[in-house]
Design a protein around this ligand. Structure first.
Ligand SMILES: Cc1ncc(COP(=O)(O)O)c(C=O)c1O
Length: 384
């Protein structure tokens, strides 16, 4: 028998608590949600917001923060998308997930499909996807295909999107891609990043630096903040800053130059996840972000690798190159004197380091792990 003072059976209390913690579903009023019974979760969201330990002080940014989306269950912010997208599929009775990805979306969808009995996951992956991401998708049991030229050749990429849209409209199937243009329900789950930031930050945030490939992430962050402002939860939406590699300038350049629309480009960046030459959510990103006071920032791949190494060595944050793009953009803006030194600046660290082995080798190119006798180790330690 329940004690009189307990309003809920214990299991229900834990259920309530688990919904409040460690899941995007506690923000169900802030995105396109589904009924409680079909809310799938692997504990995504509630990622840490940590203050910079060294980089901020070194470059003169007094309030630099990192939002560690790399802490999500499959290692990237895409879990917020996948949790929402697959829950909608269950709600609609669709059990054949057909998707394309540069890697992280595929890993996230593969994991969330694995968590739903009888849900199939078929993935068309860009040709240059890192092995670590492919191995992760395979481990979750998805059907994975790398498509020749996809992500490298503009026409092939466009044809893949068109073909997948057709396959996703077959009975029982659904096409999933983390972009508002095609999957507004699923990607709306990424708006929960803004809810968490509003909750986690003691002071109003002035700038949120976001990496952009197709632009879905940024658009979700901007829309999440707009909703919070409209509902009176925050007084002002931060400037949402768009950072892209120079070799994939669909949106950042046009946003900075005052253009109304994004433009397609031939991709030459090596940054996995940001090789998106088509304009997916770019036009909407420009429309939504310009009124926030945010602008575009273009960074070289070399700057991104440098930022990735700085995050590891100076902050203890291990991310993939795309996860360091926001910091590379903030550092450039700071060098160009576009940031107030006391501004509250948040950089989204969008993906974990483990999946992109070549980028780890690059960071470690001057370090080695020697095989020694223990006495040599002891001598090295005593030698200082
Ligand atoms: C780690 C990481 N960061 C950022 C992005 C960019 O997201 P979007 O294409 O929504 O702009 C991606 C996309 O795959 C990604 O994997």
């Amino acid at each position: 028998m329940q004690p009189e003072h307990s309003p809920l059976p214990e299991a229900a209390i834990f259920l309530e608590a688990s919904k409040r913690r460690m899941s995007i579903w506690r923000w169900a009023d802030y995105f396109d949600s589904v009924p409680d019974a079909v809310q799938i979760t692997l504990g995504e969201g509630d990622t840490p917001l940590v203050r910079s330990k060294q980089i901020g002080a070194r470059v003169g940014l007094n309030n630099l923060y990192f939002k560690l989306e790399s802490c999500n269950p499959t290692g990237s912010y895409k879990d917020r998308f996948a949790a929402t997208a697959i829950s909608h599929m269950v709600a609609e009775g669709s059990y054949e997930c057909v998707a394309c990805s540069s890697g992280n979306t595929g890993s996230a969808l593969a994991a969330y499909c694995a968590a739903v009995p009888n849900m199939r996951c078929r993935l068309a992956i860009v040709e240059p996807a890192p092995d670590g991401k492919l191995r992760q998708m395979l481990a979750y049991g998805a059907d994975v295909f790398r498509v020749r030229g996809f992500g490298l050749d503009f026409q092939v990429t466009k044809d893949v999107f068109d073909g997948l849209e057709r396959l996703g409209s077959l009975p029982g199937a659904a096409f999933q891609i983390s972009a508002f243009k095609w999957c507004p329900k699923g990607i709306s789950g990424v708006q929960t990043i803004s809810c968490e930031l509003a909750e986690q930050s003691d002071r109003p945030i002035d700038h949120v630096f976001c990496p952009a490939g197709g632009g879905g992430l940024m658009l979700a962050v901007a829309r999440g903040f707009r909703l919070l402002e409209q509902r009176g939860v925050i007084s002002k939406t931060p400037a949402i800053e768009c950072v892209q590699p120079e070799g994939n300038d669909t949106t950042a350049g046009p946003l900075r130059e005052g253009a109304k629309v994004a433009h397609p480009c031939e991709t030459s960046t090596t940054i996995s996840g940001l090789q998106v030459g088509t304009v997916n959510d770019g036009d909407e990103v420009i429309r939504e972000c310009r009124p926030t006071g945010g602008t575009g920032h273009l960074v070289r791949d070399e700057d991104v690798w440098e930022a990735q190494a700085q995050l590891a060595v100076e902050e203890g944050i291990f991310c993939e190159p795309a996860g360091a793009v926001a910091l590379a953009g903030a550092l450039k803006a700071n060098t160009d004197r576009e940031l107030d030194r006391d501004a509250v600046v948040v950089c989204l660290v969008t993906g974990i380091g483990f999946k992109d082995e070549p980028s780890i080798d690059r960071m470690n190119s001057k370090r080695e792990c020697g095989m020694v006798e223990f006495k040599e180790f002891a001598t090295a330690v005593q030698g200082g």
